[in-house]
Design a protein around this ligand. Structure first.
Ligand code: AFP
Length: 335
């Protein structure tokens, strides 16, 4: 990390001029989303002192009960992005269909997808939550749900914000991964790491162990070997973490390595997994790969999956290269 800490704005201006050559509209998009995340953080931090806890009394397209902060975060992101002229449309975990830009505003060339508040079950217990976002280019024509159905390899930008002990923004525009920490005194995002890298090996896995009896054999084999520790085939002991907010588990992996898994299980055999491809797995996979990690659905690179539905789900295994490749090899052996 260079000693001089720069702001997000300065970083983006340097990227605009430099190697990444990010277009002005994309720079504006990132600044708008980063500003929206600051507003979401303010709402999150109110807790019981604001009218932000508990449920909103509605369900989202996933059939999940929406928390008040899910709705607030979604509205903050929509209001922040609809007038800037940088977007052709938005899609959100909290909205059944994509949302076009109101006719009174100019239309831009980007498509923004987001999970406005990931880890909602952690809100009322004061455990880390976050916002995840992904950016695609609109390929022209009328903007519909189908405009968003592009593989993860088409992403031009991805990032997440963690509302935790610190408020951090992790971002990639395809030239590595940078970390910004919110300086609350200035209200500014300040770069605190300029090149996040995920170690290729790890001794830490993240999975919801309560689902063990429902897993497919390759996942059970991999976790059993981790649990066998030094005496087992892996020859080393493993630690386990599970925050139940993908954004927090992935941030741990981005900062010290590890493997995160939310695999298919037989509770709902027709569902490929719990997590959503377009606004959870794809942006996180882009960030993980840009930091030297690997992200698969057990058999295939997540970013090469051709989406067929806006809210489709996917099995997720991502993080330290050698671990993800090992559990992926177990899946391929079992095919
Ligand atoms: P919620 O937003 O409903 O809390 O779900 C969070 C999440 O989609 C993802 O962020 C977590 O990794 C995963 O679900 C946790 O799922 P379990 O509660 O089944 O462990």
């Amino acid at each position: 990390m260079s000693t001089k800490r720069i702001s997000l704005t300065q970083y983006l201006i340097e990227q605009q001029r430099g190697e990444a050559q990010i277009p002005a509209q994309l720079r504006l998009l990132i600044e708008v989303v980063a500003r929206a995340c600051k507003r979401i953080a303010i709402n999150v931090n109110k807790g019981a002192l604001g009218d932000v806890l508990g449920t909103a009394g509605s369900e989202n397209v996933q059939g999940e009960v929406q928390k008040k902060l899910d709705v607030i975060a979604n509205e903050v992101l929509i209001e922040a992005n609809e007038w800037g002229g940088h977007l052709a449309g938005m899609a959100s975990e909290e909205m059944d269909d994509m949302l076009g830009v109101p006719n009174r505003y100019p239309q831009g060339e980007y498509l923004l997808l987001f999970d406005p508040l990931d880890g909602s079950s952690n809100i009322d217990i004061n455990v880390s939550i976050g916002t995840i976002f992904s950016v695609l280019k609109h390929q022209g024509g009328e903007v519909t749900n189908e405009s968003f159905l592009q593989p993860g390899t088409a992403q031009v930008c991805a990032g997440y914000c963690v509302y935790g002990p610190q408020t951090t923004l992790v971002l990639t525009v395809g030239k590595g991964v940078v970390l910004f920490t919110l300086d609350r005194e200035q209200g500014a995002w300040v770069m605190t790491e300029d090149n996040l890298r995920i170690p290729e090996d790890t001794k830490e896995f993240a999975i919801n162990m309560s689902n063990m009896r429902h897993w497919a054999a390759p996942v059970k084999r991999y976790i059993d070997e981790c649990l066998a520790g030094k005496e087992g085939p892996r020859g080393k002991d493993f630690n386990m973490r599970w925050v139940a907010a993908m954004v927090a588990d992935v941030h741990r992996i981005m900062t010290r390595g590890g493997i995160f898994m939310y695999p298919w299980d037989k509770r709902e055999p027709n569902k490929p997994g719990k997590l959503r491809l377009m606004y959870e797995a794809n942006p996180m996979s882009f960030l993980v790969e840009q930091a030297g990690g690997v992200a698969t659905n057990g058999t295939q690179r997540i970013m090469e999956i051709q989406p067929t539905q806006l809210h489709e789900r996917v099995s997720v295994m991502l993080g330290s290269k050698n671990e993800v490749e090992l559990v992926t090899s177990y899946h391929r052996e079992a095919q």
